[in-house]
Design a protein around this ligand. Structure first.
Ligand SMILES: [Cu+2]
Length: 140
Protein backbone atom coordinates (compact mmCIF):
# COMPACT_ATOMS: atom_id res chain seq x y z
CA UNK A 1 0.00 0.00 0.00
CA UNK A 2 2.76 2.42 0.88
CA UNK A 3 4.77 2.11 -2.37
CA UNK A 4 1.60 2.28 -4.39
CA UNK A 5 0.51 5.42 -2.60
CA UNK A 6 3.89 7.08 -3.09
CA UNK A 7 4.24 6.22 -6.75
CA UNK A 8 0.74 6.79 -8.02
CA UNK A 9 -1.43 8.73 -5.64
CA UNK A 10 1.10 11.31 -4.51
CA UNK A 11 2.08 12.46 -8.00
CA UNK A 12 -1.58 12.45 -8.95
CA UNK A 13 -2.42 14.63 -5.98
CA UNK A 14 0.41 16.99 -6.85
CA UNK A 15 -0.79 17.27 -10.45
CA UNK A 16 -4.35 17.89 -9.35
CA UNK A 17 -3.24 20.58 -6.95
CA UNK A 18 -1.16 22.23 -9.66
CA UNK A 19 -4.11 22.14 -12.05
CA UNK A 20 -6.37 23.75 -9.49
CA UNK A 21 -3.84 26.50 -8.81
CA UNK A 22 -3.33 27.11 -12.54
CA UNK A 23 -7.07 27.21 -13.11
CA UNK A 24 -7.59 29.67 -10.29
CA UNK A 25 -4.90 32.07 -11.50
CA UNK A 26 -6.23 31.87 -15.04
CA UNK A 27 -9.66 32.83 -13.84
CA UNK A 28 -8.26 35.79 -11.94
CA UNK A 29 -6.47 36.98 -15.09
CA UNK A 30 -9.57 36.67 -17.21
CA UNK A 31 -11.63 38.59 -14.71
CA UNK A 32 -9.09 41.42 -14.52
CA UNK A 33 -8.10 42.10 -18.06
CA UNK A 34 -10.36 40.49 -20.61
CA UNK A 35 -13.83 40.71 -19.17
CA UNK A 36 -15.26 41.87 -22.52
CA UNK A 37 -13.59 39.45 -24.94
CA UNK A 38 -11.73 36.54 -23.37
CA UNK A 39 -10.29 35.41 -26.72
CA UNK A 40 -8.86 38.77 -27.84
CA UNK A 41 -5.33 39.80 -26.90
CA UNK A 42 -5.21 41.82 -23.71
CA UNK A 43 -5.20 45.36 -25.00
CA UNK A 44 -4.33 48.05 -22.51
CA UNK A 45 -6.52 51.10 -22.21
CA UNK A 46 -3.87 53.78 -22.22
CA UNK A 47 -3.51 57.41 -23.15
CA UNK A 48 -5.60 60.50 -22.58
CA UNK A 49 -8.36 62.38 -24.39
CA UNK A 50 -7.63 65.89 -25.66
CA UNK A 51 -10.43 67.68 -27.54
CA UNK A 52 -11.88 64.43 -28.82
CA UNK A 53 -8.51 63.02 -29.76
CA UNK A 54 -7.12 59.91 -28.14
CA UNK A 55 -3.48 60.71 -27.39
CA UNK A 56 -1.32 57.61 -26.97
CA UNK A 57 2.34 57.74 -26.05
CA UNK A 58 4.46 54.92 -27.39
CA UNK A 59 8.12 54.21 -26.86
CA UNK A 60 10.48 52.12 -28.92
CA UNK A 61 12.79 50.23 -26.61
CA UNK A 62 14.97 47.12 -26.81
CA UNK A 63 11.73 45.17 -26.31
CA UNK A 64 10.04 46.78 -29.29
CA UNK A 65 7.07 49.13 -29.40
CA UNK A 66 5.61 49.71 -25.95
CA UNK A 67 2.98 49.42 -24.69
CA UNK A 68 1.37 46.86 -26.96
CA UNK A 69 -1.36 45.86 -27.61
CA UNK A 70 -3.19 49.14 -27.09
CA UNK A 71 -6.94 49.53 -27.27
CA UNK A 72 -8.38 52.12 -29.67
CA UNK A 73 -11.95 53.11 -30.52
CA UNK A 74 -13.35 52.85 -34.01
CA UNK A 75 -14.00 56.35 -35.40
CA UNK A 76 -12.11 58.17 -32.66
CA UNK A 77 -9.14 60.21 -33.94
CA UNK A 78 -5.83 59.04 -32.56
CA UNK A 79 -2.62 60.95 -32.07
CA UNK A 80 0.36 58.73 -31.41
CA UNK A 81 3.35 60.35 -29.79
CA UNK A 82 6.18 57.95 -30.51
CA UNK A 83 9.62 58.27 -28.98
CA UNK A 84 12.37 55.94 -30.05
CA UNK A 85 14.66 55.43 -27.07
CA UNK A 86 17.10 52.90 -28.42
CA UNK A 87 19.53 52.62 -31.29
CA UNK A 88 19.92 48.88 -30.73
CA UNK A 89 17.08 47.65 -32.97
CA UNK A 90 15.92 48.15 -36.54
CA UNK A 91 12.69 49.78 -35.39
CA UNK A 92 13.65 53.24 -36.61
CA UNK A 93 10.30 53.83 -38.28
CA UNK A 94 6.67 53.11 -37.69
CA UNK A 95 4.91 51.53 -40.66
CA UNK A 96 1.19 50.80 -40.73
CA UNK A 97 0.01 49.90 -44.21
CA UNK A 98 -3.74 50.19 -43.56
CA UNK A 99 -3.43 53.94 -42.97
CA UNK A 100 -0.48 54.55 -45.29
CA UNK A 101 1.74 55.47 -42.38
CA UNK A 102 5.49 55.27 -42.85
CA UNK A 103 7.11 57.63 -40.39
CA UNK A 104 10.76 57.92 -39.45
CA UNK A 105 11.53 57.97 -35.75
CA UNK A 106 14.63 60.01 -34.91
CA UNK A 107 16.30 58.94 -31.67
CA UNK A 108 14.89 60.50 -28.48
CA UNK A 109 12.53 62.77 -30.40
CA UNK A 110 8.77 62.53 -29.88
CA UNK A 111 7.07 62.16 -33.27
CA UNK A 112 3.34 62.67 -33.74
CA UNK A 113 1.38 60.35 -36.00
CA UNK A 114 -2.33 60.98 -36.53
CA UNK A 115 -4.94 58.62 -37.92
CA UNK A 116 -8.51 57.57 -37.26
CA UNK A 117 -9.21 53.84 -37.07
CA UNK A 118 -12.17 53.27 -39.37
CA UNK A 119 -12.58 49.52 -38.84
CA UNK A 120 -12.66 47.34 -35.78
CA UNK A 121 -10.15 44.56 -35.41
CA UNK A 122 -6.44 44.19 -34.90
CA UNK A 123 -4.01 46.62 -36.53
CA UNK A 124 -0.41 45.57 -36.82
CA UNK A 125 2.34 48.11 -37.24
CA UNK A 126 6.07 47.79 -37.11
CA UNK A 127 9.49 48.40 -38.53
CA UNK A 128 10.17 48.95 -42.21
CA UNK A 129 11.45 45.41 -42.74
CA UNK A 130 8.17 43.57 -42.97
CA UNK A 131 7.25 44.45 -39.38
CA UNK A 132 9.83 42.07 -38.00
CA UNK A 133 9.53 44.16 -34.84
CA UNK A 134 5.86 44.91 -34.39
CA UNK A 135 3.15 46.19 -32.13
CA UNK A 136 -0.61 46.01 -32.32
CA UNK A 137 -3.68 48.10 -31.78
CA UNK A 138 -6.99 46.49 -30.99
CA UNK A 139 -9.78 48.65 -32.41
CA UNK A 140 -13.16 48.18 -30.78
CU1 LIG B 1 13.13 45.43 -38.63
Amino acid sequence: MRPFFSRIIKPWLALTAAAIVAGASQQACTKDATAKAPDAPVAAEVGRRENGVHVVELAVTEKGYEPSPVQLKQGEPVKLVVTRKTDMTCATELVMDEYKIDTKLPLNTPVEIAFTPSQSGTLRYGCAMGKMIAGTFVVE
